[in-house]
Design a protein. Structure first.
Length: 179
């Protein structure tokens, strides 16, 4: 079995557990308490997605240069309870970075919406790197944007891999960013 297959197999019991939950602040707290960085699930998924990036099957398609890449690992299917699996790599050391409200370099990705929400495993590759979730900045752990939410993915502090699970594979890049 390949490391990609291992990641999918590792995800299935987790997705079975969360399939009837609604993403949002309450679920985000539950994910970080139940499956935070010290948990076996977090450690296994983190190890496998890092391996996927190293092996070239995860986050291997440039979105806006080599410091902002993503790839769909698996389309929604019955075995994953109709969740898709996607990986994103972002590095705030990119030349397109800008300063956040605390004068820290950050990288902003493509504005998008989550019709059914999102479950997002955050794996810092640089110590202290963070992804901005809808509840604030998140280092190692989880974010869970609500159904109907819209945002820019933003990273600060270096490199992050995000492994995200989308109910029904739904994500919209058609939504308009605020001006």
């Amino acid at each position: 079995m390949s490391s990609r297959d291992d990641l999918i197999q590792c995800s299935i019991p987790f997705l079975a557990e969360v399939k009837d939950m609604t993403p949002g602040a309450e679920m985000e707290r539950w994910l970080n308490t139940t499956y935070g960085p010290e948990s076996k699930l977090y450690q296994d998924l983190s190890r496998l997605i890092k391996l996927g990036v190293d092996e070239g099957w995860a986050a291997n398609q440039e979105v806006e240069g080599p410091n902002y890449r993503r790839s769909r690992i698996l389309e929604p299917r019955p075995e994953t309870f109709h969740f898709s699996v996607t990986a994103v790599y972002m590095n705030s050391n990119d030349p397109r970075r800008f300063k956040d409200e605390n004068d820290i370099d950050m990288l902003r990705g493509q504005y998008h919406g989550h019709p059914y929400g999102e479950l997002n495993l955050v794996v810092p590759l640089t110590e202290g790197a963070q992804l901005r979730g809808l509840q604030g900045w998140q280092g190692a752990g989880w974010t869970a944007p609500d159904p109907g939410s819209q945002h820019y993915p933003e990273v600060r502090g270096g490199e992050v891999i995000a492994l995200f699970y989308l109910p029904a594979g739904r994500i919209s890049y058609e939504v308009k960013a605020p001006s």
